[in-house]
Ligand binder design. Structure first.
Ligand code: FE2
Length: 362
């Protein structure tokens, strides 16, 4: 018998609330190579908000924007800037999932309801997690329309760069709140704590943070949760919390099976990444042993490597993709490794601190 107390099929989509969904969709199409495959707005009968669906392999993003003055979304976007508002789960039984979560203490965002159009109907509900972030619960089994009712199909292909799916989504929460949310994911969603990092693992001369990685029953959903730890100066988590105006999603990691290709294309399209010093690559062979990739190529692209007991992984982090130093992306390529790049933390945080120093927020 399954011991999974909250069965989740997968991350269904990641929804962003933004001021201008049309421009966001264009950005993600022309940089990350997503195809615009669905749209809902005035033309489809959505009178108060517009939504663009973007897809690349198994990763779906939605960009949602308010259309009218005084829309409740606008107030939250004004507070946070453009932000990840929903990490949605596809589940077998929306009603059972919503009831289980709310019985175990989750605050409801949306009671189970049907969304309907000519293609049939989709059951949706939602629960609140940290800050203004929610987890939608969705089941569209048998639905024949595009994505969700009242979306129309769009055919605006992007030039894909090999992004396959969401690998993990990271939340930043306030000092002292990491264990509160760890317990919430354990109690409410039946997640397990896979890995913990304390401030000895993740510290530099200036900043430190604590992190615990939570994973769901089938292991497909992985949510690291960070909190700041006291350091000599302001940590990157403190900077995030200040500019975001509370806890929220810090980064979404997108998985690729060819990181050299993916990152080459992103760089060619002008996406900025954190830089690590060349000395990082001098030490790399001693640290990770033999790898398939050419280290000079990795160094030119700024791709990081880490090894664990099961294999190795390659990863890279964009600079924040909004004006505020809040949301960024990771591109990750796993070659056996199931971990998160602990060996890169120090080099990475020193790089983030150089950026913070330029921003005057260190
Ligand atoms: Fe990550």
């Amino acid at each position: 018998m399954s011991t999974d107390t909250f069965p989740i099929r997968r991350v269904d989509h990641v929804r962003h609330w933004v001021n201008n969904a049309r421009q966001s969709a264009f950005f993600y199409q022309h940089t990350f190579g997503f195809s615009i495959t669905g749209y809902s707005g005035l033309e489809t009968g959505s009178r108060e908000d517009a939504h663009y669906l973007l897809e690349q392999n198994d990763l779906r993003l939605i960009f949602s924007a308010p259309l009218v003055p005084g829309h409740p979304m606008a107030e939250r976007i004004g507070h946070h800037g453009d932000f990840v508002q929903d990490i949605a789960f596809e589940v077998d039984d929306v009603d059972a999932a919503w009831k289980a979560a709310t019985d175990r203490g989750a605050k409801s965002w949306q009671e189970p309801k049907w969304l309907e159009d000519d293609g049939g109907r989709v059951r949706v509900a939602g629960i609140c997690t940290y800050g203004d972030t929610i987890h939608s619960l969705i089941n569209r089994d048998g639905y024949k329309g595009k994505f969700l009712p009242n979306f129309r199909a769009e055919n605006q292909p992007g030039d894909g760069i090999g992004i396959i799916e969401v690998d993990h989504c990271v939340g930043n929460v306030e000092l002292g709140k990491m264990n509160v949310w760890v317990k919430w994911y354990e109690d409410v969603l039946g997640f397990k704590n896979l890995i913990s990092f304390d401030d000895n693992d993740i510290s530099t001369d200036y900043t430190s943070l604590m992190s615990k990685v939570m994973s769901n029953g089938n292991g497909r959903v992985k949510f690291p949760i960070n909190e700041p730890a006291p350091g000599k100066k302001k940590s990157q988590i403190d900077e995030y919390l200040e500019y975001f105006g509370g806890p929220g999603v810090q980064h979404v990691a997108m998985r690729t099976d060819d990181i050299v290709y993916t990152v080459s294309r992103l760089r060619a399209r002008g996406v900025d990444f954190l830089k690590v010093p060349r000395s990082y690559y001098d030490m790399l062979p001693d640290r990770v042993g033999t790898i398939d990739e050419d280290i000079d190529v990795l160094a030119d692209l700024g791709i990081l490597v880490d090894r664990d007991d099961e294999g190795y992984l390659l990863q890279i982090f964009t600079k924040p993709i909004t004006d505020r130093p809040t949301l960024f992306y990771e591109i990750i390529h796993r070659k056996g490794a199931k971990s998160f790049g602990k060996g890169n933390f120090k080099a990475l945080f020193e790089s983030i601190e150089r950026e913070q120093a330029v921003r005057g927020t260190l």
